[in-house]
Write a protein that binds this ligand. Structure first.
Ligand code: NI
Length: 300
């Protein structure tokens, strides 16, 4: 069960780690052949795992989004964050809140989104991939320094419901370690890729003190690379205390964000992190949420 962390300590080098991840993925694939595994998986109704589509889609989008080393501009990295931003006194039981979330980063393009969010004084939650965190730790520090929340989105976007317990644990623990190392923050939120979870994933999330956060609105920005569509679906779908899914690895999504923020602000929304949304009633590790469950929906 604790094979993952031991392996991580043993293989500190990036190449060795990548090899281990590849082996892990293969192990996970074999595990899927276990007849018990598919029956146990309980994907959410809104999770986007089409027949053979999700893995292919994700792999493709990540390949497209992650620049090769030669493509990385030699511009200076952002200055190391002095630490997390000061917490805000905002009570989402009294004011209207929405939690925007951005998955699968960080990538270099995340910098543009961070500038937009800062200009609008909006705080959001990023669900990060460990392998991207290892590439761009300075972007994770900037996210935290700007007051955003960071959460665990696994190491390499594996479907957790199909992994062995050992592989599942490595996906969570490696990413927790990478985020802590990059930012000093230990995440308390897990977003299972594709929203795919089951009782074993829940138990492992509980072990790592992670509440499972999926979403109430999916604007399908990973499928429709159309800023106007993403903008309309988010604005039309948002209700009080909802969690909204988006992807900062999609440039069309980042381009939609200024208008999304303007329109939702005009409707009276405050843009908060997931932990700010839950406030004094923090989410319970292992439990699964799509929104803050305690407020009547659709209030003005
Ligand atoms: Ni994702």
């Amino acid at each position: 069960m604790s094979g993952g962390p031991k392996i991580l300590r043993k293989w500190a080098g990036g190449i060795a780690l990548a090899t281990a991840v590849a082996a892990l993925s293969q192990a996970g694939g074999r595990q899927a052949d276990d007849p018990a595994a598919p029956a146990e998986a309980k994907p959410l109704p809104d999770h986007q795992m089409g027949p053979g589509g999700a893995s292919a889609r994700q792999a493709g989008s990540l390949e497209a989004a992650v620049p090769t080393p030669r493509a990385v501009a030699p511009k200076p990295a952002p200055a190391p964050a002095p630490g997390a931003a000061a917490p805000r006194a905002i009570d989402c039981r009294k004011v209207q809140c929405v939690a925007l979330t951005f998955d699968d980063g960080p990538i270099l393009g995340t910098t543009k989104l961070l500038g937009i969010l800062k200009a609008h004084q909006a705080r959001v939650t990023f669900f990060l991939l460990g392998q991207q965190v290892a590439k761009y730790p300075e972007l994770v520090r900037r996210e935290v320094a700007d007051g955003h929340q960071i959460g665990n989105h696994t190491w390499d976007h594996s479907d957790l419901s199909k992994l062995s317990d050992a592989a599942l644990e490595s996906q969570l623990s490696w990413t927790q370690d990478a985020l802590k190392k990059a930012s000093g923050v230990t995440p308390v939120l897990l977003r299972p890729p594709y929203g795919s979870t089951n009782t074993r994933v829940a138990a492992m999330a509980r072990k790592y003190r992670l509440a499972q956060m999926t979403w109430a609105v999916d604007p399908l920005d990973w499928k429709d690379h159309d800023s106007a569509k993403v903008e309309r679906r988010v604005v039309d779908g948002t209700q009080r205390d909802y969690i909204i899914l988006m992807h900062d690895i999609q440039p069309t999504t980042v381009d939609a964000v200024p208008k999304i923020l303007d329109q939702l602000k005009a409707k009276g929304y405050n843009f908060v992190t997931v932990s700010e949304l839950f406030g004094a009633s923090p989410p319970v590790p292992g439990e699964l949420y799509t929104k803050f469950p305690g407020t009547a929906q659709g209030l003005p």
